[in-house]
Design a protein around this ligand. Structure first.
Ligand SMILES: [Zn+2]
Length: 304
């Protein structure tokens, strides 16, 4: 009897320990870092579209990964092929280091990405392996075929990532992530319509310093650049660097003007009016539909 009592006590104790452990686990899960994965067609697209918000997330201990769906091997006026792919991978690797995030470049030729079943599986696996809360990409009606097909591929998995027997070699996500699109200026069939606008003023210098590391695309002009952009004269080099920096910051300044009403929705008028630099995102209808509270949890940058 005594022994039994003792056993009963042990069981009760074990249950108490287990439930308190369970509580600890669920509390830890609530506080677990967010996992964000961003897809861009080329090694510079994620960096341009989400470099600011990535720096904000990283500073708060969240995990961000940028994936380029092609290797960028025709993205230069003077060089191409393997050496350019290696150069561009190193550039975005350096940006990732500067922003405190991770980057990966898929070894698919630039200008040749197709929405194949194999590529759909690859994208689904990447999202699952990152255990993503948020997935970002281009919209499927962007100017460049690689941008469009990146958008199509990401849109095509914005449900399949939770389906256990699609690409069953990777465990499915238990919760469908929120899928978001980057801004573009294309009007047909529908223009970009932002749902979320993030002020990136506090990290704009960091973003611009990081983007300056992508010399092949910005300083040297990428696929449509020319030898005229490059000089050996230090004064001209400095002038070109300033011009590039101004051009890049202009994109995010333009977003603030275009999307001031969305900024106001998230920051209130007084704060929104002061925002200089913005990154904005549209919610894809096919992923999880977040509530306003969900968005505040996923983007922990807005005032209460
Ligand atoms: Zn691109």
């Amino acid at each position: 009897m005594k022994v039994n009592n003792c056993r009963a006590l042990s069981v009760a104790l074990a249950i108490a320990i287990l439930s308190s452990a369970g509580l600890a686990i669920s509390r830890a899960a609530d506080e677990a870092p967010l996992n964000i994965i961003c897809f861009g067609a080329h090694p510079d697209d994620c960096e341009l579209q989400a470099g600011g918000v990535a720096a904000l997330w990283a500073a708060k201990g969240h995990k961000v990964k940028f994936v380029s769906t092609t290797n960028g091997d025709i993205g230069h006026w003077r060089e191409a092929g393997g050496p350019l792919a290696r150069r561009r991978k190193a550039e975005v690797g350096a940006v990732a280091k500067a922003l405190g995030i991770t980057s990966e470049v898929l070894d698919i030729h630039d200008g040749e990405l197709l929405p194949t079943l194999d590529n759909r599986r690859t994208i689904a696996r990447l999202i699952r392996e990152w255990n993503a809360d948020i997935v970002m990409s281009h919209r499927p009606n962007d100017y460049h075929p690689d941008h469009r097909y990146t958008g199509v591929l990401v849109q095509d998995v914005a449900y399949m990532v939770a389906v256990p027997f699609f690409a069953p070699d990777t465990p499915p996500l238990k919760k469908n992530p929120v899928f978001l699109f980057y801004p573009d200026s294309f009007q047909k069939p529908t223009p970009f319509k932002p749902d979320i606008a993030v002020a990136i003023d506090s990290v704009m210098d960091k973003k611009l310093d990081a983007l300056a590391l992508i010399e092949s695309q910005f300083y040297e002009g990428g696929a449509l650049g020319s030898a005229d952009l490059i000089s050996t004269d230090p004064a001209k080099i400095e002038e070109r660097r300033k011009l590039v920096r101004a051009g890049l910051s202009g994109r995010n300044r333009g977003n603030s003007q275009k999307f001031r009403d969305v900024l106001t929705e998230w920051y209130g008028k007084e704060q929104a009016d002061k925002v200089q630099y913005t990154e904005a995102f549209e919610i894809c209808e096919y992923g999880r539909k977040p509530s306003k509270e969900d968005i505040k949890r996923l983007f922990p940058f807005f005032p209460e």
